[in-house]
Each structure stands twice: as structure tokens, then as C-alpha cells.
Design a protein around this ligand. Sequence first.
Ligand SMILES: [Zn+2]
Length: 351
Amino acid sequence: MKGSIRLFRIFGISINIHVTFLLLLVLFLSGGIKWLVLMIGVFFFVTLHELCHSLVAKRFGIQVREITLLPIGGVASMTSMPEKPIHEFFISIAGPLFNIAVVAVLYYPLKSLLGPETLFHRPFSTATWPLTIAYLYWINLILALFNLIPAFPMDGGRVLRALLAQRMSYQKATKIAVNLGHLFALGFAYFGIVGFNVILIIIAIFIYIAASNEELQVDLKETLKKFRVRDILSADFFTLNSDTTLAKVLELIFHSHQEDFPVLEGGEMVGFVTRHEIISGIHSLGMRTLVKDVMSKDFPKVTDADLLIKAQKLMEENSIRALPVMRNGHAVGVVTLEDIGRIYAITSQKA
Ligand SMILES: [Zn+2]
């Protein structure tokens, strides 16, 4: 995610912290060492919450690339969406269930350790270390309840969509959970403005944008199911010989609008070279480098009869932005994320 810093990796998932979350830490730093410990505790439980989502997702065969910690909680970036609503249900419920489990498991130990007066002390306080621990304990309950709000982008929104999708279309179920997300965002914004609470207003903005984004993603996927790769394939396209120099390729990029090329040897496709590979090849190896030295030999591809959604999914899963298009074993074109974005922009425009 843009604007985030990687902290460490666990189970093959990189744990990142967003700069806005760091700002929050700095804000709380002024509250003293107990505040800082409290915030690091929150960070710890939010990370475990996200890891629970991620580990359930992995069980359903979904790759999780990274977890990013934002002020409103964490986001686990999955390379694909759950295929079945029931999978989404289990993935989404796992996080809040973890926090509820923490609350349940620690209840009696903390009650006897801290004493009920400290554990149930209100308002929450960091005046003493026992009170700080009690505070951190209750934050788990808040995390669980907040995330169970049945609206996007909270986990509860996904749970709701998964349940609604059992009896209506996925798109319609999404729309309902998104509208609820907007409604909650407006509610948070209202209380933020009335109570002069900046954090609440920031949360409201985050919720609003994230809810809209979810709808956009689902609409995009629905649109891409209606088109085949050949529907957007450009009639003229260029291929490269494997012993072409990068200088020549750069010239071709300038003269054409194509930036990614199938690479041929004796008429057979032997590789694929992308804008990124060409540019980094020029920077690190120089203009006289040959295409065959920077191209990928192992790359995903689509056929011109495939649905666009398949092309989009392959690019997303492999973190790439272009794919060669094949017909009867021969390269007949290239499809890029920009092409997909363009078709979506055109077809989604409402008159
Ligand atoms: Zn969650």
C-alpha cells in the first residue's frame, strides 16, 4: 500500500505500518510512556487480528501479500477475492472472533490479578500500569465490536455481504453493505463535528472512501466478466526478436504506444518483456543489452477467447501490468491494466 513502511515478515506476509498510523503514535507519544505501551499493545492485537483473517484466507487458498496497519485498524491485502461467500464469511469473522477470544480468556485471570476495581475502572485511564493493562484489555472488546459493525469496510460488512449473497446477487449484496458503510461514515462524521473529535472525523473519511472503493472493485469485476480479451485487443501490435537491443526497443516504445512485447525466436514465442524490465534493464545493464537478457521466460498468458476478468486476476495475482495474448500457440497481442482501466471507464460511464 502506498505510504506504508515494512516492519517485518511472518508466515510469508509482510507487516507494514501506514504513515498515518505512525502519526497517531507520535500524537500519543506526548501522553508519556504508558500511552506508548498502550499503543504498541493495540498495534500487537490489531496485527494478530489481521493474521487471523490471513491464516483462514490461506486455508482457502488465497495468498496474502501484506498486512498494513492504518489508524482505523489493519488491512490484509489478498491477491484474490474469496470464491465462495461462505469463505468470505469465515475469513471476515476470524478477526473479531480473535479479539472476543482474548477478552474471554483473559477475563478471570485479569480480574483476580488486577482486582475488579482496576479492571472495571471508568473512564479508561493510563494513570497507573494496572489501569493501562485494563485499558488494553478492553480495547480488544472495542476492536471486536467496531469490526462487527455490519457495514463496509468493517469485517461485519463482509460478513453481512456473505450472508446476503446467499439470497441475492453479489453485486446487490455489496451495494447494501456499501450504503450502510456510507451511512455509518456520515454518522461518525456528525459526532466528530459535534464533539470536535478530529480522530472520529478521520475515521469517517476512511470508512467512506473504503466503502466506495469496495463497490468500485466489485463493479469492475462484474464489467470484466462481460468482455473477452479479443474485444479490446489492438489490431496492430509489435513483437521483438530476442537479440534486439534495448536501445531499439526504447525507440519502438517512443514511436508506438506499446510498452510490453512478446519476444520471438524463429517465429516461436520464447519470452515476454515488460516496460518495467526494459527500463530497469537500461538502468542497470545499459542500452546495448539484448532483449533476451532481461525478458521473462516464465510468465502467465491468456488466450484471446478468455474473459477479461481472467486477465485482470492473473495480473493482480502476479503483481504485473501486462500479459501476452495467445491464439493457437501464437502471440496475437498484449493486454495491459491500462486497457482494462479504459474499458471500465468507458462502459461504466452513466449517461
Ligand atoms: Zn478485521
